[in-house]
Design a protein around this ligand. Structure first.
Ligand code: SF4
Length: 329
């Protein structure tokens, strides 16, 4: 598989007059064409900030990439000119936001909203061709095309999210950033939308970064999983490595220990003690050390390097030593 996205040592901050929030702290990440990565972590881990950075839509003036590189199809997106960014946004890279209720414009028909991206990026298409493409997209996400003249309020929550997905896929992006795409939906609709996204991924061969705090959603749809904590990816590996492997970062173990498992006979869950650190005052050394049951002296002062356990399974923790080399993810 060809490398589509290569992120190296990415640092992102939110700077206000009062404080500096260190949202992403040295993320390395590679994604190949057609591959799906699940990015998992608690609220505030930096998952959404990472996606906003890739799409170059960090809040203006406040959000800043201070260091690092984002290569997409070999082109540098950090500091890229307006022309390249326009060519990429909503066209080669698209994003599905969390809440379908606020992602759609209540004053425009869904035909206008799906057609907008095509009007902007597929200038060669005639009006009729755009209209035809809108119908195809609606069919693809399971909405009868004859409903294209309707407005968002005429659709249920699940249908609205399908419309949002149709908008993001209209230009057949190479990379789709899906930020908690099913969180606002009830479980039945969630299952339908996940099934549909799986189908679309196969049909269009779109690579995807799926941001979620739900490990069940990751198991449904991803081939690769990255666990994020305090702005760092602390473990990454194949779905098999993360869900079935025996070696894990203590935070990953805590995440799995916090969810019920129907196959194991435990009377209580074992949640992770404490809270995510304040991102404006991150701890020295390993950022997980104040909550880690395995913490030792070195963890409090020295930032751990990535350790490669083989097959792309990498962990950032002193427990694993550094005998296998390490290096970025
Ligand atoms: Fe725990 Fe130390 Fe590993 Fe951090 S580096 S996760 S504190 S054992």
């Amino acid at each position: 598989m060809n490398e589509l996205l290569q992120i190296k040592n990415l640092h992102v901050v939110y700077q206000t007059d009062e404080e500096t929030v260190y949202a992403v702290n040295g993320v390395d990440l590679n994604l190949s064409e057609g591959e799906t990565l699940g990015l998992v972590g608690e609220t505030g881990a930096g998952k959404t900030t990472l996606a906003l950075s890739i799409l170059n839509i960090l809040p203006p003036k406040v959000g800043k990439i201070t260091e690092g590189s984002i290569l997409f199809e070999g082109e540098e997106l950090v500091g890229a000119n307006e022309k390249l960014i326009r060519e990429i946004q909503g066209n080669k890279i698209a994003m599905i936001f969390q809440d379908p209720m606020t992602s759609l414009n209540p004053l425009l028909t869904i035909e206008d909203q799906i057609g907008e991206a095509l009007l902007l990026h597929r200038k060669e298409l005639s009006k009729d061709e755009i209209s035809q493409r809108v119908e195809e997209m609606l069919k693809m996400v399971g909405i009868p095309p004859e409903r294209k003249k309707e407005y968002p309020h005429q659709f249920s929550g699940g249908m609205k999210q399908r419309v949002v997905i149709a908008i993001s896929l209209a230009c057949e992006p190479k990379l789709l950033l899906a930020d908690e795409p099913t969180t606002a939906l009830d479980v039945t609709i969630q299952a339908q939308v996940l099934h549909m996204m799986n189908q679309l991924k196969k049909e269009l061969k779109t690579a995807m970064i799926l941001i979620t705090h739900d490990l069940g959603v990751v198991a449904e749809i991803c081939e690769k999983v990255g666990i994020m904590y305090a702005g760092e990816i602390i473990e990454v590996g194949s779905l098999e490595d993360i869900f079935k492997g025996k070696d894990h970062h203590p935070y990953t173990k805590g995440l799995f220990g916090s969810i019920p498992d129907l196959n194991s006979d435990v009377s209580r869950l074992s949640p992770i003690d404490g809270l995510m650190p304040d991102p404006s005052a991150l701890p020295e050394g390993c950022k997980f050390h104040p909550r880690c049951p395995n913490c030792w002296e070195m963890c409090k002062t020295t930032v751990p390097e990535y350790v490669d356990l083989g097959n792309g399974h990498k962990i950032r923790c002193h427990l694993f030593g550094n005998q296998n080399g390490g290096g970025g993810i």
